[in-house]
Design a protein around this ligand. Structure first.
Ligand SMILES: [Zn+2]
Length: 549
């Protein structure tokens, strides 16, 4: 926003002054009361309820002919989850979006209902795009906002849910959904209604090129107002990742600093147990159970956004706003390039199966390692001291410093690789597995006649079960080995031709040694038990073929 410096105004030129004043003021619309969000109305003491969000959406819709409102699905408690589709001219279906040739950009807030910034700023940006000075963001792209993804838990507000946020806003909702699932760990098992709604009615139908998930951290006192991460999926194609990491995130970071004086940086935390100053930061991990990571296996761009929990609510909203606004400026400028890179990734994934099945290996388990280059970390400064027992302790100061030469553990190296097959065959009685792949968007057929297939079977010699419950599961790791074999399959068995757009996701989901596949999430437990895993080895029932006759 332009500022008027009255001291430099020359009163001898009133007409110029008046012109300047008018043009400045006309840049910002004057909103009617129903367009003002709950935090704006309450001096940032309160966050929007589901009804508040719907009221703002409906109020904007009344005044705009560029918005189509739909619902991705209904939550367990019966709340419809809104998706605001913004396009110029308006589109009301994925088919119209496809026909327009414009890339679709999807941004969601509130996957964790205690992390409310995304929910609020998506309402504000929607208001500005449709009724204010940001309509240019619809020049050559279609923008989808889902401000309140975890709708049920948003309204179960209580004080003290996010202690590191110093009760700003005073009350926020619950992290998990109404079934108790963390929606950002549900990407592979898909137990939540919300995940099914998102994957089937947004990701598969609208086919967004970019997926942005808006969160708020609760960890390290780094010196950024917001940290970001790309889709980390190293088993996917490299193109979308490279574009995100090498160009998109650095250039958005620069723009946000220039325009908003807000510092952004890479997601990750450090531990003072390793001493001061920090020598390394560590990100989370590569698993596709996280939706942003899964987008990499879907040949798309995923971006994680984490507002800094230790700033005040209005500041966290401001930095999330700045990041999202500049993501949309970037996608507006580079939409064609993004779509080209994603399309090429999809073609590569298919070509690898067609041309290199049986030879090419891809990672199915990964380890976190440092990136090749170090970086300069912004962080709050800590002052070391010795306590009365003579042990090293640290107290945080209010000063933000830069620490050069810090390693960034956000690279993932395969520790176990598996051969890429031409496809998989699943026995007819394991319909649940076939149905699950279809829910993810995969194409699964049934054999119409018997076939002879040559390929590999995996014999499970040991199942290691986690002793700690996680998301209602005792997760499983299968150890064993592959052996080459030819086998006959019957009509009615399920057949997955891997030469399809979701090749990389299907591979990661079905490989028996995968660290985040269906074996991991207990989908084969009953089968293994029924076939005597307690007593000895069991053959993994999904056959991996290299050739079909
Ligand atoms: Zn979160």
């Amino acid at each position: 926003m332009a500022l008027i410096n009255l001291h430099t105004m020359k009163y001898s030129k009133p007409s110029l002054f008046l012109f300047f004043l008018l043009t400045t003021i006309s840049c910002k619309a004057q909103w009617s009361a129903e367009l003002i969000t709950t935090p704006e109305k309450t001096n940032y003491h309160e966050t929007s309820t589901y009804a508040d969000v719907m009221n703002v959406i409906k109020a904007v819709q009344e005044q705009s002919d560029l918005m189509h409102l739909e619902y991705m699905g209904t939550s367990l408690e019966g709340k419809q989850i809104p998706v605001v589709v913004m396009a110029d001219p308006m589109v009301t279906s994925p088919e119209q979006a496809k026909a327009s040739g414009k890339p679709v950009i999807y941004i969601q807030g509130n996957i964790h209902s205690g992390e409310v910034e995304g929910k609020e700023i998506l309402q504000i940006l929607m208001r500005e795009i449709l009724l204010g000075d940001k309509q240019h963001l619809l020049d050559n792209q279609i923008v989808l906002f889902a401000p309140i993804y975890n709708a049920d838990s948003n309204d179960k507000m209580e004080q003290g849910r996010r202690p590191s946020q110093e009760d700003s806003p005073v009350k926020v909702g619950i992290r998990a959904n109404s079934q108790g699932w963390d929606l950002n760990r549900d990407g592979i098992k898909m137990e939540a209604k919300e995940t099914n709604a998102l994957i089937q009615n947004v990701i598969t139908k609208w086919d967004p090129e970019v997926f942005v998930d808006l969160h708020t951290t609760n960890g390290t006192w780094h010196g950024y107002s917001l940290t970001w991460a790309p889709s980390y999926h190293y088993a996917g194609e490299k193109g979308p990742y490279r574009l995100t990491w090498d160009d998109m995130l650095p250039s958005i970071t620069e723009k946000v600093q220039e325009k908003y004086d807000v510092h952004l940086g890479p997601y990750g935390g450090y531990s003072l147990r390793q001493g001061w100053p920090p020598k390394a930061i560590y990100t989370y991990n590569h698993h596709p159970r996280y939706l942003v990571n899964q987008m990499g296996l879907r040949n798309k761009i995923g971006i994680l956004s984490e507002a800094f929990a230790h700033e005040r609510f209005y500041q966290r909203m401001n930095s999330t706003y700045a990041f999202v606004a500049e993501i949309l400026e970037y996608t507006r400028e580079n939409g064609e390039e993004i779509a080209r890179v994603n399309d090429e990734a999809e073609r590569n994934a298919i070509r690898n199966v067609q041309e290199h099945a049986g030879e090419m290996k891809k990672g199915v388990r990964f380890n976190k390692t440092p990136m090749d280059e170090t970086f300069t970390l912004r962080t709050y400064e800590y002052i070391p001291y010795k306590n009365e027992e003579g042990e090293d302790r640290y107290v945080r100061s209010g000063n933000i410093i830069e620490v050069p030469g810090v390693q960034n553990y956000s690279k993932f190296e395969a520790t176990v690789e598996s051969t890429l097959p031409r496809g998989y065959i699943i026995p007819g009685e394991l319909k649940g597995i076939a149905d699950h792949l279809k829910k993810q968007g995969a194409e699964v057929k049934q054999l119409e006649a018997p076939v002879e297939a040559s390929g590999e079977v995996f014999t499970v010699t040991k199942l290691e079960r986690s002793s700690r419950e996680f998301e209602g599961h005792y997760m499983v790791r299968a150890e064993g080995s592959f052996a080459e074999i030819s086998r006959e399959f019957e009509a009615g068995d399920y057949w997955v031709d891997l030469a399809q757009p979701l090749a990389n996701l299907i591979f990661y989901t079905l490989e028996p040694q995968s660290d985040d596949g269906l074996v991991t999430w207990n989908f084969f437990d009953d089968y293994f038990e029924a076939n005597g895993i307690e007593e000895g080895s069991v053959e993994y029932p999904v056959f991996k073929y290299y050739e079909l006759d």
